[in-house]
Design a protein around this ligand. Structure first.
Ligand code: MSP
Length: 632
C-alpha cells in the first residue's frame, strides 16, 4: 500500500433506459458524500459513476420509442448527468458502456479469460427473465415465476458461451473468509457464503445476435454479443484506466469500494470476483450493499409506478435538505421507508430548529450587541472547555463512523453536538448576560459561533451549499477543523434564513418558504403552450400491419392519414397482434423527422397510454380520417 491515502468509490452504472429516482440518487449521493469526506481528510479520491447502456432492456426501450439504441442512450445520458449536477454530485469520471474505451476492455478481458481456458461452448436451457437479463434455474423460480419480477418465464434453449465460474468457487470462499472487509455488511457476507455452500454453476456470458444484437461482440465469435453483466461489471476497471493507462489504474485499483443495492449483490459478490480471478486482476477492497428505499413497504421502481422524482423534491425544498434526509434517514444496509411526513419532520427538527436556529440566534445577537463583529474569546470557563472538548470528540467519532460506513450515525453525532450548543446557549442566556457582563456574553457567542463553524465543516460533505452559507457568514471559508478558527473582530456577513421551517397546511399539502436557487428549478417536464402547439396530432386508420422479422417488439404499419399513406414502425407487438390493429382508428404525431428503425423507415409515432407494463393504444370513434386533434 502506498503512503498517500486514496479513496476510490463506485456506484452501480444505472440502466440508461430508466428514469432516475430516489433509489438511484441515494447511492450516488452516498458516493459523493463519502468522496467529500475523504477529500476533507486530505485524501486523493476517484469517484466513478455512469450508465449501463447495452442489453435487452435498452434495446427494447429504444424500439418502443422507435429509435436506434445508441440514439436512445445518447438522449438519456444528459438527463442523468443533469440530475447529478442538480444534486451537486462531483464525480471524477462518468462512464458509458458504449464508449470504445470500455468495449475494448470487455473484449480484452474476454480474450484473457478465454486464453486462461475458462470459456467453453455449450447448449443451454433455462428460464430467461428480460427484466433481470439472466437465466433462472428451476429451483430459483418461485411458483414458476421470476422471484424479482413475479412474471412467468419462458424456457429457452440455445448454444452459448460459458465462463467456468465453478472453477473459482473454493478460491472465492477462501477470499471472503480471509478478507472480512470484502462483503459488507456482515449479514450480506453470510448470505453469499450460504449461497456458496451449494455447488456454483458456470455462467452463460453470451447472447446470440439473433435474439439480442445490442452488446459488445464476442472477440472470438461475431454471431454473439457479451452478456450485459459481464460487460457492465468491467466498467469498474475501465474507469480508472485498465489496459489504457497503467499508471492511473495501479493508482486506484484495487483500493476500491463498490456501493450497490442489495438486489445486485450476487452479480457483484460472485460473478465479479470470479471474473477478476480468471482475468488475473486483483479483487476490489469492499462491496457494500445498502437496502432499498421503499414506498409504502414496496420497492420503488419504474414498473411499479411508485417512484419519487428527486427533481420535484429538490425544486420544492432545495438540494441540501434532500441530501441530508437521504443520508440521515437510511441505516446503511437496511431498508428505509420514504414518506413526505418523515422528510418534513426531519427537516423541521434537525435543520430548521437545531441547526438553522442556532445560526440565526448567534448572528442576531452579535449584530445587535457587538456591531456585527465577532466578540473576543475572553476568559474561558469549564462550560466553554466542555463545548471545545465535545467538538473535538465529535470530529473524531464522525471520522470513525464515516470510515465504518455508518453515515447516519456520523450525522447524528454532529446534530447532537449542535443540540448541546443550543442547550449551552439556553443555560448561558447571552441575551440576558449582555446587560450585566458584556465580555461574558461575547465569550458565549463566539464559542457558539465557533461550534457552528465546526458543525458546518463536519456537515459540509452532506450539505455543501448551506454549510457554505454558514462559513461565509462567519468569514470562515477555507478554515481548518481544529478548534479556534474564528478571528475576533471579523465582521459577520448577512445571510438568508438557513432552513426556513416547512409549514404544514394540512396532512397532504405542504408549503415552504424555502427559496431555491433559480438554477435549481426544474424545467424538465414543463413545456409552454406554444411549444405544445408545435406537435401535430392527426387521426389515422391502420390499413396494413405486419410483424418485423427478428424484432419481437415491433410492428410495421401502413396508415391512411386522410388520403396520405404513411409507414410507421411501432414498438407495440407485445400488446397487439397485426390483426388487432387492422382498421383501427389511431392518433399519430405527424410532424416528426422520419427515422429508420431496424433499417425500416418510420414516418410518425402513434399515441398510447402506458401504465407500468401495460400499454393501450389511444383510439378514436368515428372520426374523419386525417383530422387534426386539438386540445381544449
Ligand atoms: N445496471 C445495473 C447495475 C450494473 S453495475 C455493474 C442495475 N441498474 S439499475 O439502474 O437497475 O439499478 C442500479 C442501482 O439502483 C442498484 O444498486 C439498485 O439496488 C439501486 N436501486 C434501484 N431501486 C432502488 C430503491 N428503491 N432503493 C435503493 N436503491 C435502489 O442494476
Amino acid at each position: 500500500m502506498s503512503e498517500t491515502k486514496k479513496f476510490y468509490v463506485t456506484t452501480p452504472i444505472y440502466y440508461a433506459n430508466d428514469e432516475p429516482h430516489i433509489g438511484h440518487s441515494y447511492t450516488t449521493i452516498l458516493a459523493d458524500v463519502l468522496t467529500r469526506y475523504h477529500q476533507s481528510a486530505g485524501e486523493e479520491t476517484f469517484f466513478l459513476t455512469g450508465l449501463d447502456e447495452h442489453g435487452l432492456k435498452v434495446q427494447q426501450a429504444a424500439e418502443a420509442n422507435g429509435i436506434d439504441p445508441q440514439d436512445h442512450c445518447d438522449k438519456m445520458a444528459p438527463k442523468w448527468k443533469a440530475l447529478w449536477e442538480k444534486l451537486h454530485i462531483r464525480y471524477s469520471n462518468f462512464i458509458r458502456t458504449t464508449e470504445p474505451r470500455h468495449e475494448k476492455v470487455v473484449q480484452d478481458v474476454l480474450n484473457n479469460v478465454n486464453d486462461a481456458g475458462d470459456i467453453y461452448v455449450d447448449e443451454y436451457g433455462g428460464h430467461y427473465c428480460v427484466g433481470c437479463e439472466r437465466f433462472y434455474t428451476e429451483k430459483e423460480l418461485e411458483g414458476g415465476k421470476c422471484p424479482q419480477h413475479e412474471k412467468e418465464l419462458e424456457f429457452i434453449t440455445e448454444k452459448n458461451y460459458f465462463f467456468r465460474m465453478s472453477k473459482y468457487q473454493q478460491q472465492l470462499i477462501d477470499y471472503i473468509n480471509d478478507n472480512p472487509e470484502f462483503i459488507q455488511p456482515e449479514h450480506r457476507k453470510n448470505e453469499i457464503l450460504g449461497f456458496l455452500r451449494q455447488p456454483l454453476e458456470d455462467l452463460c456470458i453470451s447472447r446470440p445476435k439473433s435474439r439480442l444484437s445490442w452488446g459488445v461482440e464476442l472477440p472470438f465469435d461475431n454471431d454473439y454479443v457479451t452478456y450485459v453483466w459481464f460487460d457492465a461489471l468491467l466498467n469498474y476497471v475501465t474507469g480508472p484506466g485498465y489496459g489504457s493507462d497503467a499508471e492511473s489504474f495501479e493508482k486506484w485499483w484495487p483500493e476500491t469500494v463498490h456501493l450497490i443495492g442489495k438486489d445486485i449483490l450476487m452479480t457483484h459478490a460472485v460473478y465479479w470476483p470470479t471474473m477478476l480471478m480468471s482475468a488475473g486482476i486483483p479483487l476490489p477492497k469492499t462491496i457494500f450493499a445498502h437496502g432499498w428505499w421503499l414506498m409504502k413497504e414496496s420497492k420503488m421502481s419504474k414498473s411499479l409506478g411508485n417512484v419519487v422524482n428527486p427533481l420535484e423534491l429538490i425544486d420544492e425544498y432545495g438540494v441540501d435538505p434532500v441530501r441530508y434526509y437521504l443520508m440521515r434517514e437510511m441505516v446503511l444496509g437496511q431498508d428505509s421507508n420514504f414518506t413526505m411526513e418523515s422528510f418534513i419532520k426531519r427537516y423541521n427538527a434537525d435543520l430548521a430548529n437545531d441547526f438553522g436556529n442556532l445560526l440565526s440566534r448567534v448572528s442576531r445577537l452579535i449584530e445587535k450587541n457587538f456591531d456585527g463583529k465577532l466578540p473576543d474569546w475572553g476568559t474561558q470557563t469549564p462550560a466553554e472547555e466542555e463545548i471545545k472538548k465535545s467538538a473535538v470528540s465529535t470530529a473524531s467519532n464522525m471520522n470513525a463512523l464515516t470510515h465504518a460506513m455508518r453515515i447516519n450515525e456520523a450525522i447524528e453525532e454532529t446534530m447532537q453536538f449542535i443540540r448541546s450548543v443550543n442547550r449551552y446557549m439556553e443555560q448561558q442566556a447571552p441575551w440576558k448576560l449582555v446587560k450585566e457582563d458584556k465580555a461574558a456574553a461575547g465569550r458565549v457567542l463566539i464559542t457558539a459561533a465557533e461550534a457552528l463553524r465546526v458543525g458546518a465543516l463536519l456537515l459540509n460533505p452532506v450539505m455543501p451549499n448551506r454549510t457554505l452559507t454558514v462559513l461565509e457568514t462567519l468569514g470562515a471559508v477555507g478554515t481548518e477543523l481544529k478548534w479556534g478558527g474564528l478571528i475576533p473582530g471579523n465582521e459577520l456577513k448577512k445571510h438568508p434564513p438557513l432552513f426556513p421551517r416547512i409549514e404544514v397546511e394540512n396532512k397532504t399539502k405542504t408549503k415552504t418558504k424555502t427559496k431555491t436557487d433559480a438554477k435549481e428549478k426544474s424545467v424538465e417536464n414543463v413545456i409552454t403552450f406554444d411549444e405544445f402547439l408545435k406537435v401535430e396530432l392527426k387521426t389515422a386508420k391502420v390499413v396494413q400491419a405486419e410483424i418485423v422479422e427478428g424484432a419481437d417488439r415491433l410492428l410495421k404499419l401502413q396508415i391512411d392519414v386522410g388520403g396520405e399513406r404513411r409507414q410507421i414502425v411501432a414498438g407495440v407487438a407485445e400488446f397487439y397482434s397485426p390483426e388487432d390493429l387492422l382498421e383501427k382508428m389511431i392518433v399519430i404525431v405527424t410532424n416528426l423527422t422520419p427515422a429508420k428503425i431496424r433499417g425500416i423507415e418510420s414516418n410518425g409515432m402513434l399515441l398510447a397510454a402506458k401504465k407500468g407494463k401495460k400499454l393501450t393504444l389511444i383510439t378514436v370513434e368515428n372520426p374523419e380520417i386525417g383530422s387534426g386533434v386539438s386540445v381544449g
